[in-house]
Design a protein around this ligand. Structure first.
Ligand code: HEC
Length: 194
């Protein structure tokens, strides 16, 4: 085989393949960055509102506000950032935050990582084809911190007034009994890609 022919048979496909792989890889990185920015921005906004309310009026006021704003903020942040956005958990407070089948399978995977002692946050990304459209899906685990316990901690850490309000607003609340570091759920960001 002369060199020219060898280049055509081996070289060209190798170069093309490399270019395609690099291109696809870069695209995935870009998607991941976009998802991560959206997740951070939303979680930041939510945390700010929560902390502000806690400071101004304590947990009872924070819940009254958060209960409504969490859902509104989720929709608004999704719109602003042009992504679909949701907080999910395997033990929800608000049933709107119940995971779908796919999200539940990722939560299971995260639970396993937590049990195996991996360092959080856990991240899962995947390009999925849904109704003929390609979508980039990003999920990142959420873990308990000390400042969450007044509303998600053990019995004795939640004030009676808070308990009362929670049981009124969320009669099926399963999101208590956590300790710092516990795996609490995940944020999911997704959007259409070419
Ligand atoms: C002032 C009380 C309060 C504090 C403090 C608080 N939360 Fe929540 N949390 C709520 C309420 C109320 C909801 C239900 C919101 C809704 O209706 O979507 C909720 C919902 C959630 C959800 C969505 C899943 C579900 O169970 O419905 C996650 C995840 C979550 N909280 C994590 C945290 C984390 C992490 C912290 C600490 C950084 C925290 N929360 C601090 C009151 C609180």
């Amino acid at each position: 085989m002369d060199l020219k022919k060898m280049w055509r048979v081996v070289g060209v496909p190798v170069v093309l393949f490399t270019v395609i792989v690099l291109y696809a890889g870069n695209n995935d990185n870009e998607h991941k960055e976009r998802a991560q920015t959206a997740a951070q921005s939303f979680m930041g906004q939510l945390q700010n509102v929560l902390m502000e309310e806690l400071r101004d009026g304590g947990p009872v006021k924070a819940i009254a506000v958060c209960a409504d704003t969490a859902q509104v903020l989720t929709d608004r942040a999704g719109e602003e950032l042009d992504v679909s956005l949701k907080r999910v958990s395997d033990r929800v407070r608000n049933s709107n935050n119940e995971p779908d089948e796919y999200e539940a399978s990722v939560l299971k995977k995260f639970t396993r990582k937590q049990e195996e002692g991996e360092t959080p946050p856990f991240i899962h990304t995947e390009v999925r084809t849904l109704n003929g459209e390609k979508e980039f899906w990003y999920m990142q685990s959420i873990h308990m911190q000390a400042q969450c316990l007044g509303c998600h901690g053990e019995e004795e850490q939640i004030a009676d007034t808070v308990k009362k309000l929670l049981s009124e607003k969320y009669p099926d609340d399963r999101a208590t009994g956590y300790t710092p570091g516990d795996f609490r759920g995940a944020i999911r960001v997704s959007f259409t890609v070419d």
